[in-house]
Design a protein around this ligand. Structure first.
Ligand SMILES: Nc1ccn([C@@H]2O[C@H](COP(=O)(O)OP(=O)(O)OP(=O)(O)O)[C@@H](O)[C@H]2O)c(=O)n1
Ligand SMILES: C[C@](O)(CO)[C@H](O)COP(=O)(O)O
Length: 262
């Protein structure tokens, strides 16, 4: 089995979140910060050897004050990120321990990831060298001009929405970052850079529930997802599903009474 380092980019500005008092990753859902919820599913995985959280320079004092004990207890390494997401990942990559042969990158702003999804994307990365969670595009895609008038309908065949975690052989990701200047424009995710050096990345089925918090609406949605998941837990209500993934697979066909009795 590989040894995995996990990088959580958490150094963004939350400019689209629209809350001047608090960045999205520090918002709390049922008393636990979004960034800590994003770390949680990795803590359950035996092959995780290191977790690195990269925060913004201006958040250092707040982070230390609020999370010093959690960080020490969980053995998390904290570093300062950069101006763009890829700068943040590049800095974190330099801190990965030598014994880690795979690196997972997961947005600190995706708090609804599950341990089963982590296990699936780790396994695919071991098999293919690189893997990411993604969901198929189900809606009709329009291209518009600057006046917001549609000009074209784009085929959605084989189109996917990229999520995180994105997991790579360490040597591939290091090479991709070493050559990122060749890429031309800023990469919005890490698979772009790995694809650019010639390595396809395997798609592992994600879920719309693994959403990235960008706006306040997304925070409300993440709260609803986690609330639903908490209520649907087998131990909480004694429904017949012992395995969480089996329950999620069946969810579209279930009646509320199957989950909650009555
Ligand atoms: N310089 C940056 C920019 C982004 N991120 C992180 O990358 C993830 C995805 O970025 P995004 O959702 O765009 O976050 P923000 O940059 O904070 O949001 P916005 O673009 O609205 O300012 C987030 O966990 C964010 O903290 C980062 O670590 N360093
Ligand atoms: C990495 C990512 O979450 C994959 O969907 C996304 O690309 C981040 O995008 P943003 O431009 O930083 O919001």
């Amino acid at each position: 089995m590989g040894r995995f380092a996990v990088i959580l980019p958490a150094a963004g500005r939350s400019s689209r979140f629209g809350d001047p008092k608090q960045k999205k990753i520090y918002a709390e859902i049922e008393g636990r910060a979004v960034w800590l919820r994003s770390v949680d599913p990795f803590l359950k995985h035996d092959d995780v050897a290191q977790i690195i959280v990269a925060i913004a320079e201006e958040d250092q004092e707040l982070f230390d004050r609020r999370y010093r004990e959690s960080v020490a207890f969980l053995g998390i390494d904290v570093i300062v990120g950069g101006a763009e997401r890829s700068d943040t990942v590049a800095s974190a990559l330099e801190r990965v321990k030598p014994e880690c042969d795979f690196v997972a990158v997961h947005d600190a702003a995706r708090p609804c990831l599950t341990a089963d999804q982590v296990a699936a994307v780790f396994k695919a990365a071991e098999a293919h060298g690189a893997a990411l969670l993604a969901t198929p595009v189900f809606e009709t895609i329009k291209r518009a001009n600057a006046d917001r008038l549609t000009t074209e309908t784009v085929s959605r065949d084989n189109l996917f929405l990229a999520q995180t975690p994105q997991v790579f052989r360490r040597d591939w990701l290091v090479e991709a970052y070493a050559r990122r200047a060749e890429h031309g424009k800023a990469a919005t995710d890490d698979t772009q850079l790995v694809e650019a050096i010639g390595h396809p990345c395997a798609i592992v089925p994600g879920s719309s529930h693994n959403l990235k918090i960008t706006t306040q609406d997304d925070l409300a949605m993440a709260k609803a997802v986690l609330d639903l998941r908490e209520k649907a837990r087998p131990a909480a209500c004694g429904h017949p599903y012992a395995d969480e993934q089996a329950m999620w697979n069946d969810l579209p066909r279930l009646k509320p009474s199957d989950l909650f009795g009555g």
